[in-house]
Design a protein around this ligand. Structure first.
Ligand SMILES: [Zn+2]
Length: 460
């Protein structure tokens, strides 16, 4: 079970946003079930909104469907929207049909130094819920009270700002911090909150990774999880092979290959000596807003079972996680690696169930089988596995696999967004067509400017 869940929803995929006032005191799961029944064509994301006052009325600044529930006349930044995709941070509580605000942590001028909240009622380290925006995305967030992911409002502000949020409003906290993100949930203490914000996401777009072409500067983010850690006893019977050493070694081979393709890689542990819990690994991925999650392992069974198998949490084939698995299986198989069965299997492993990104767990062979064991110990075979996995991930992300430059190890092709300008620059003789990702020094910039005829002749 994850202690914190974050979902970043691309604005164009938002069907609608509903401010659900919980008159009949439903649980978050009941609210989600009703929303899902109402809109079977959508994925449903529910997060706690504002809080109750002591007298049972709603806390300030709440307007649902054109009706003011709590119009207390003071001013605070909040989110206003009519249908949903138009949701925006504003001070103008009359701007649109819905308005929600509790405590603004990041406003139009950036993180708010002293967010305004009631120290006694809202301060300290608690489970937190909130809504934010981030370059093309609406962010929903909730963390479980009483866990390591509990935050002070200021720490939450800093986390969200560090993560690229350009606005963020914190909702109710403590046991009220709850969410239901398409089946994954933070339950808080199970209490019934005053209001919930429900985001309906069109189903066809929910399963597709956001179109990177629309957002040329954003790089895809892959969360890589080297399975286990030191002290884990998994390995061959003769003691010559340890799974935790294999996973770390494969991680160190795969990571630079992905980075050379222009992918941002987030590791669930950055050291060979770390041994994070399974839910902590999922939280790293969720907090990073990863586009996909890949866990690295080798398998164990009787001595006869052998081959590569990718696990995902469940069917269907059309789910993003299974498209990701299929892309990797194809490349691994094409590289000559034996598959175990069809190469695809399903299991509700914690890291697969608790990650918001499409997630796969790869078993690269059985260390309990003599043939697989010999291969798993071989450095050239590990390189092959890393290259095939990288290619599969690129296929899934729609990236053309670029052959790296011999010298720099970097791709010789520019990124898609720079393709046209790069070919123009090469055609104009500004660059020679190699190493598109190299930095430009001052002397090189001077030469480029001169080639463009932009520098006056000396003494002129
Ligand atoms: Zn394992």
């Amino acid at each position: 079970m994850a202690n914190a869940l974050i979902i970043d929803i691309p604005f164009p995929s938002i069907d609608s946003v509903e401010l659900f006032v919980n008159k009949f005191r439903y649980s978050v799961a009941q609210v989600a079930a009703q929303a899902q029944a109402k809109r079977p064509d959508c994925k449903v994301y529910v997060v706690t909104g504002g809080m109750w006052n002591a007298d049972g009325s709603a806390c300030p600044l709440l307007k649902a469907d054109g009706e003011w529930i709590s119009p207390k006349p003071w001013s605070s930044y909040g989110y206003a929207w009519d249908s949903g995709p138009d949701i925006m941070l504003t001070l103008d509580r009359d701007a649109k049909d819905n308005f929600w605000s509790t405590t603004c942590l990041i406003g139009p001028n950036g993180p708010i130094e002293k967010p305004s909240y009631d120290k006694k009622g809202q301060g300290g380290k608690r489970g937190r819920a909130g809504i934010g925006t981030k370059q093309g995305y609406l962010r929903l967030y909730a963390s479980q009270d009483g866990t390591a992911d509990a935050r002070t409002p200021e720490a939450l502000r800093d986390d969200m700002a560090a993560d690229g949020c350009t606005s963020f409003v914190m909702g109710d906290g403590g046991g009220s911090a709850q969410c239901w993100f398409d089946g994954q949930t933070i339950k808080g203490d199970g209490r019934k909150c005053h209001n919930y914000i429900i985001v309906y996401v069109k189903k066809e777009s929910a399963d597709t990774p956001p179109d990177k072409e629309d957002n040329p500067v954003s790089k895809p983010v892959v969360c890589l999880d080297p399975g286990h850690g030191p002290g884990c006893a998994n390995g061959s019977l003769d003691g010559s092979y340890k799974e935790c050493e294999f996973t770390w070694d494969l991680y160190t081979r795969l990571r630079p290959l992905l980075e050379a393709q222009g992918i941002t890689v987030v590791g669930t542990r950055e050291q060979k000596i770390d041994y994070p819990s399974l839910s902590a690994r999922a939280s790293v991925s969720n907090r990073a807003g990863a586009d996909l999650f890949v866990s690295l392992h080798s398998n164990a069974a009787g001595s006869s079972a052998r081959g590569f198998v990718a696990f995902t949490s469940a069917p269907p084939e059309t789910a993003a996680r299974n498209k990701l698995a299929a892309a990797i299986i194809n490349r691994v198989h094409a590289a000559g690696v034996v598959l175990w069965g069809s190469g695809l299997a399903h299991e509700m492993y914690t890291v697969l169930a608790s990650t918001t990104a499409p997630a796969v767990l790869l078993e690269y062979g059985f260390h309990t089988n003599a043939q697989d064991l010999a291969l798993l110990k071989d450095a050239a075979y590990r390189d092959k596995l890393a290259r095939a996995t990288c290619a599969g991930i690129c296929d899934y992300l729609g990236l053309e696999v670029k052959e790296p430059d011999q010298e720099s190890g970097q791709p010789n092709e520019p990124d898609g967004w720079a393709k046209e300008e790069w070919s123009k620059a090469v055609a104009a003789g500004i660059f020679d067509g190699t190493r598109p990702r190299d930095g430009l020094t001052r002397q090189e910039a001077a030469v480029v400017l001169d080639r463009l005829g932009l520098l006056p002749e000396k003494g002129a």
